[in-house]
Ligand binder design. Structure first.
Ligand code: GRG
Length: 296
């Protein structure tokens, strides 16, 4: 297995050829997709796909379409999350947001385009390996279910609904866990599961990666909440301090900074405990530990 930096370099290179060619009439859609996709994201989810696949002995070349597809879906979610109707953000990945540059209508199309193309891209990838068709179907399912109505979409809707209507009698702790588990952790868990499903994991491995991904994913969002309250716009490449200003339901808002940090540490420990039985070289434990202290 390689380092996360090595996976990231492979992802950046492969991404450059991932979008369909320009054809003249819809070049602006290509430009809008490329603008956000090629901006400097951390590429965490695609790197997780590749690491999990290599852990299972699957070559990077076979896993790459799934890595790039999940980054396209993640980028779609960022473009739409930034729209005026949602978070109304003007800065993302260190650049003006998609709708600021291309207008709202084109930003909606770019998000829709990236989401849809991700599935086209995964199916093209799967078609090259007819002898592994079942494994590729399982990988597509892992990503589709992470992104959709019982994953990221569900979490985002609960988040948006809270902003419009408040908790409306719901238990706030449970609602916050639901939002973080679905809005953010589902895609991190989905990336890991897609990677291992390309091999032929046993139930123990599947369960370990699922629990690891869920705990690390929630921890990742808590770190995001903490950074929103403590970091700078320059460091994060997006506007910080908005969570508090807009009364968002976050770990910092509900528990305060110190307790949010304790939740972050506990979830990281739970992630490490979950993966330990199958984590041959402590690769995934080290990764969770590194994310605990991330700066952006
Ligand atoms: C209804 C199908 C459906 C989907 C909903 C708008 C939306 C689509 C989802 C929003 C999900 C969202 C923005 C969650 C926040 C997750 C998060 C922590 C994003 C930041 O991830 P990083 O830090 O960002 O990995 P980079 O830019 O580094 O990739």
């Amino acid at each position: 297995m390689r380092t996360m930096e090595e996976y990231r370099a492979l992802v950046e290179k492969a991404l450059q050829n991932a979008l369909p060619q320009k054809n003249g009439f819809s070049d602006v859609l290509y430009d809008a997709c490329a603008y956000s996709l090629y901006a400097s994201g951390k590429r965490l989810r695609p790197c997780l796909v590749l690491a999990a696949a290599e852990y299972m002995g699957v070559p990077v070349s076979e896993a790459m379409p799934y890595a790039l597809a999940i980054e396209m879906i993640h980028t779609f979610s960022l473009i739409h999350d930034d729209l005026p109707a949602m978070d109304n953000d003007v800065l993302r990945r260190g650049k003006p947001t998609n709708h600021v540059v291309y207008g709202e209508a084109m930003a909606i199309l770019a998000g829709d385009g990236l989401l849809t193309y991700a599935f086209e891209y995964m199916l093209q990838g799967a078609a090259k390996y007819p002898e592994h068709a079942q494994a590729h179907l399982r990988a597509i399912y892992a990503i589709a279910s992470a992104a959709g109505l019982s994953g990221m979409g569900a979490g985002q809707s609960a988040d948006v609904d809270y902003e419009k209507h408040g908790a409306a009698g719901k238990n706030k702790e449970a609602l916050l866990s639901y939002i973080h588990e679905n809005k953010t952790a589902a895609m991190i868990r989905g990336a890991l599961l897609a990677g291992i499903e390309l091999g032929d994991p046993d139930d123990k491995t599947r369960a370990a990666f699922a629990a690891y991904g869920k705990n690390m994913g929630i921890a990742f969002q808590i770190a995001d909440d903490i950074l929103d309250a403590t970091s700078t716009t320059e460091e994060m490449g997006k506007t910080v301090g908005k969570d508090e200003a807009e009364g968002k339901l976050t770990y910092v808002a509900l528990y305060g900074l110190d307790e949010a940090r304790v939740h972050l540490e506990n979830l990281t420990r739970d992630a490490i405990t979950a993966i330990e039985p199958v984590d041959r070289k402590h690769y995934f434990a080290s990764l969770a530990q590194a994310l605990l202290t991330r700066k952006n």
